[in-house]
Design a protein around this ligand. Structure first.
Ligand code: FES
Length: 68
């Protein structure tokens, strides 16, 4: 599933980043180029939360965990 439409970033991409310990918003923005021209930035909060869940769980987070 796509979490970022501007960059085509999927949940798998973010899961891998989270499991590698890349969870800080600035790290995620740098890794995935979320501040590049043409990016809206609307996905940043969800990507950050998803990465934190992936890191802490070390397994696939469910979409329901993002909809608190
Ligand atoms: S949806 Fe991710 S930068 Fe726009």
């Amino acid at each position: 599933m796509y979490l970022c439409l501007c960059k085509g970033i999927t949940d798998s991409d973010i899961r891998e980043a989270g499991q590698a310990g890349i969870v800080m918003p600035c790290q995620l923005k740098a890794k995935f180029g979320l501040k590049d021209p043409g990016c809206c930035g609307r996905c940043s909060k969800n990507i950050h939360e998803f990465a934190e869940i992936a890191m802490s769980a070390q397994q696939a987070p469910s979409l329901n965990s993002l909809r608190r």
